[in-house]
Design a protein around this ligand. Structure first.
Ligand code: XMP
Length: 515
């Protein structure tokens, strides 16, 4: 491990530190996030090929601004400071940092003045993402300006003798289109890292870490059939085999054939210890007469915990609970727990997972990763595409898609319509182009005519969205002929439905789910 080429990312409280780490992994280089308090001596001992100092919310001249050991800049190891990291590094090396006359936030045009190393292969104007109130103002003669913008004379700087580089913008975000090229220039060109790190390396080191942590104890895992929990289960199974017990709770709110297909997939591909618990009666009984979406969520959340607890209690020696928590989930729930600055729009009970009172230690191998990285791991572990590329499915399942009261009959109507919708999407080759798609059963009846008869039946809404992060979303432009086939099949094949509508709302102001 010690010979592994590593980039250390010094975290100054940036929301982007993990994103930087992830971009370095995309450059096929191993990276590790370290606290900004780590001393130069310790860094030297770890012998990284380079250091990236992250951004952060503070001003370098604020009293409690996070600092670093200035001797780090004398180690001869290349350092890239991003935003706050640039300001701090530059300040240590003798520059003046001042509040900018105008806060810069968002997309800006920047001119590259020197394309010899950090900006190799990039010329002229670049679009970059700025987000700062301070900037490096006057620099000493050691500084070379590599780029400037209208409002920022030192948008990128270099001190050759110290191997220090600073950028005022964020190369790690997608709003800086050439950001990966710039980070690649830093890690490969300046730090001299090769392209050695692979997702398989993550799997190897994580399997070893899980074995070591779990020892001879057991792990329980709530398998939902979604990407994250499935990949987590397989990874842990690789590490500890039969000492992992997976529990799949059929809550009666699943899509057509879902419980069956999850069971088959796992039994056929991975002979793991899996128990499928049919608890549908329990859930449906508790949901009787309930129409309020938040109440539905609470009931389902509580019931799930109760069922899970009963089954897990029978697993002798179980000390760990495995969850497929991703980095963005961890951030969101941390924000939600940190004092409620984020308004609760919907209680997503999977975020934060099962409660601490279950008494397990958490095993969350993907806590530092992003969804597409988990997909890559899934593929590397041999999970079928059908699971790896599955659209997300909410914990409360179809209960929040049968608007109003949830009954077995209404669930069955929805299941049939939903399955036609998804089949047609697959048939048209559109499944991967859509982030999430589902049908919703509305609590209204409309008039129709079938043969010579007047009908008064259900309306089904179809929703398909495109999104990167599920925080904002646009409706999917479904081709007419595909919509026509879907609607035709649904009204003809699903008893009790005489009308189909397609949802053309964006998020915000709508949400993706209807409840
Ligand atoms: P919204 O409707 O908030 O959905 O735009 C964003 C994403 O979250 C999923 N979602 C949930 N997931 N429990 C979950 O596990 C929930 O209660 C829940 N509500 C919404 C939704 O399917 C979409 O992917």
């Amino acid at each position: 491990m010690s010979e592994q080429e590593t980039i250390l990312i010094m975290n100054f409280g940036s929301q982007y530190a993990q994103l930087i780490a992830r971009r370095v992994r995309e450059c096929e280089v191993f990276s590790e996030i370290i606290p900004h308090t780590l001393k130069a001596e310790e860094i030297k001992r770890r012998a990284p090929k380079g250091i990236i100092m992250s951004g952060g919310p503070a001003s370098v001249y604020a009293d409690n601004a996070p600092k670093c050991d200035p001797a780090i800049l004398d180690l001869g190891i290349p350092v890239l400071g991003i935003c706050y990291g640039m300001q701090l590094g530059s300040q240590i090396l003798g520059a003046k940092v001042k509040g900018a006359a105008r806060r810069e936030y968002g997309r800006t045009q920047m001119n590259v003045l020197d394309d010899s190393d950090l900006f190799a292969g990039l010329h002229g104007e670049l679009t970059v993402w700025m987000s700062h109130g301070d900037q490096v103002e006057s620099v000493s003669s050691d500084f070379e300006t590599l780029a400037n913008s209208k409002t920022c004379p030192n948008a990128a700087v270099r001190i050759r003798s110290k191997r220090f580089y600073g950028v005022q913008f964020h190369p790690e975000v997608t709003h800086t289109p050439q950001g990966m090229k710039i980070l690649g220039n830093f890690v490969h060109g300046i730090c001299g890292c090769g392209n050695h790190w692979r997702m398989e390396d993550f799997i190897k080191s994580e399997v070893a870490a899980i074995r070591e942590r779990v020892g001879d104890k057991r792990v329980v895992c709530g398998l939902s059939g979604g990407v994250d929990s499935s990949v987590a289960a397989v990874l842990i199974w690789k590490a500890i085999g039969d000492r992992l017990k997976c529990i799949f709770v059929d809550n009666g709110l699943l899509r057509a054939r879902e419980a069956r297909s999850v069971e088959d997939t796992f039994r056929n591909h991975f002979p793991m210890n899996l128990e499928v618990v049919d608890a549908s009666e329990r859930f449906l009984t508790r949901l009787q007469g309930v129409t309020d979406p938040e109440k539905k969520r609470k009931i389902i959340g509580h019931e799930f915990i109760a069922v899970f607890r009963d089954v897990a209690a029978k697993v002798q020696g179980a000390q760990f609970l495995a969850q497929g928590t991703l980095y963005p989930d961890a951030i969101e729930s941390a924000a939600a727990h940190a004092g409620g600055t984020t308004a609760v729009i919907k209680t997503h009970h999977n975020v934060g997972g099962l409660p601490a009172e279950l008494g397990f230690e958490l095993l969350e191998p993907f806590r530092m990763l992003f969804k597409d990285e988990v997909r890559r791991i899934g593929t590397a572990l041999g999970l079928p595409d059908e699971i790896v590329w599955r659209h997300p499915f909410p914990g409360p399942g179809l209960a929040v898609r049968v608007l109003g009261e949830v009954t077995k009959e209404r669930l069955d109507v929805l299941r049939q319509a939903d399955s036609i919708f998804i089949d047609e999407i697959r048939e048209a080759g559109l499944y991967r182009a859509i982030a999430q798609a589902f049908a919703v059963l509305l609590p209204v009846s409309t008039v129709g005519v079938m043969g010579d008869e007047r009908t008064y039946q259900n309306v089904v809404a179809l929703r398909a969205v495109q999104t990167e992060d599920f925080m904002t979303a646009d409706w999917f432009r479904m081709p007419d002929e595909v919509l026509a086939r879907m609607s035709n099949r649904i009204v003809n094949e699903v008893k009790g439905v005489n009308r189909v509508v397609y949802d053309i709302s964006t998020k915000p102001p709508s949400t993706i789910e209807w409840e």
